[in-house]
Design a protein around this ligand. Structure first.
Ligand SMILES: [Zn+2]
Ligand SMILES: [Zn+2]
Ligand SMILES: [Zn+2]
Ligand SMILES: [Zn+2]
Length: 420
């Protein structure tokens, strides 16, 4: 059994942040293999384990307590807004930052701080998930995720893994104090003034004060008001030419109003969360009526595999209806699939493209996150049933700082959407 240090505990106690969590597998009783005929070697069926012993860790969103709560030197887990890059200099670049279908820069979805303390190289370790907010891109992504090497899959969902040893040039080797006085050891790269996400390597040619990751974001900023600001600031004397090196450049306000609202992700064990959270009922995304429906559906013998899997998925989720993330690190852990069809087989999850090692299921993102993001529930709105993130089991070290990992996306099938 491996012990993992994970992201911030829900209690908010900073000392809790460093507590060791044991993360083990979740047993999936409803593993009806007969329902997915084309899935021969489904990942979940690898190992028969006895009943649940260890709880898995659930992620919940909370409004950050302080303006500095989600700063990168505090190693946060967070969703929405702009990422808190772990290595703030050697950011992903080029094709990695864009949706392979529409070419737009990807939008930041969430990051999970998940260090592995048994290795020096993974003392700090954060996984970052980006997605194109266009549902039509995600529908295309669905087709491409089945592609196998050497075919090049086009994706609208991308995952990066970044890790640092305890002694590094960006942060103190001592744990943060969480009192607002923590500072990073050095500045990060200049980021895009529009999205605050990607490197701002391009500069506005006329005022030379704002930076962009892409022409698309330059255009977006220009149209949304920089056109007037730019003229004003090019008339005014330039106060300081050092904006690109000051720390304020890093923390400057992001101009885009299209980013999702930012939340801290805090964690709680699955059963613990269930016992202590009675208030969750009011904010439940699934009404009692719907739950009764789900339960009666479970009892019905003549439902198809997807409906039955969906019902048991909903039943499991409804124990902690506010969860947005389920964290599993150990290789033998099974994700909770909403649908029995469209699950990947072992062959569908590529090996690590850096070390060739086997992949491990690390966590899954639930659609509840979209509810907190205020994404509408229209036909064209972004929606998924689950996003399962697989990472290199060995969490290998490589000269590439942000290593691309793999996400499997399952969309809600027609049968499932009618139940929402
Ligand atoms: Zn796209
Ligand atoms: Zn940008
Ligand atoms: Zn300008
Ligand atoms: Zn690897």
């Amino acid at each position: 059994m491996m012990s993992e240090q994970m992201y911030n505990n829900r209690s908010g106690d900073p000392s809790e942040k460093l507590r060791n969590l044991k993360i083990t597998s979740l047993d999936e009783e409803e593993d009806e293999d007969g329902d997915a005929p084309m899935v021969d070697d489904v990942y979940d069926d690898e190992e028969e384990e006895e009943e649940d012993k260890e709880p898995i860790s659930l992620g919940f969103v909370e409004k950050p307590k302080h303006s500095w709560s989600l700063s990168r030197e505090l190693f946060p887990s967070l969703a929405g807004g702009a990422p808190a890059w772990l290595d703030p200099i050697n950011l992903p670049a080029g094709r990695s930052c864009h949706c392979d279908f529409c070419g737009q820069p990807l939008q930041f979805l969430l990051q999970v701080y998940a260090p592995l303390l048994h290795k020096e190289s993974t003392f700090h370790r954060t996984l970052f998930v980006f997605i194109c907010p266009s549902m039509s891109c995600l529908l295309k992504d669905q087709h491409d995720q089945w592609k196998k090497q050497p075919e090049k899959a086009s994706r609208s969902v991308k995952v990066f893994r970044c890790q640092l040893p305890r002694f590094n040039s960006f942060y103190s080797s001592e744990p943060p104090r969480h009192d607002g006085s923590d500072r990073p050891s050095r500045n990060g790269a200049v980021l895009c003034s529009w999205c605050g996400t990607w490197r701002g390597d391009k500069v506005c040619g006329s005022c030379r004060r704002v930076h962009y990751c892409s022409e698309k974001h330059q255009t977006a900023h220009w149209r949304s008001g920089h056109k007037t600001e730019c003229q004003r600031s090019s008339i005014a004397p330039v106060a300081s030419a050092s904006t690109s090196t000051s720390l304020s450049a890093e923390t400057q306000k992001v101009a885009s109003n299209h980013l999702w609202p930012q939340f801290e992700i805090v964690n709680e064990d699955e059963c613990e969360a269930h016992k202590s959270e009675n208030d969750g009922l009011d904010k439940s995304l699934i009404s009692q009526n719907q739950m009764d429906e789900v339960k009666s559906l479970l009892d019905t013998f003549e439902v198809d595999g997807d409906k039955r899997t969906w019902a048991s998925f909903q039943e499991r989720i409804s124990r902690d209806p506010e969860q947005v993330l389920r964290y599993y690190r150990l290789a033998k852990t099974k994700p909770l699939w909403p649908m029995s069809s469209g699950r990947p087989s072992k062959m569908d999850i590529p090996r690590c493209s850096y070390c060739g090692g086997s992949p491990a299921c690390e966590f899954q993102v639930l659609p509840q996150l979209l509810y907190y993001f205020g994404v509408e529930n229209n036909a064209d709105s972004l929606d998924w049933a689950t996003i399962v993130v697989y990472t290199c089991e060995a969490s290998c070290q490589d000269s590439i700082v942000y290593k691309e990992e793999f996400a499997w996306v399952q969309l809600s099938s027609q049968s499932a959407t009618t139940m929402r």
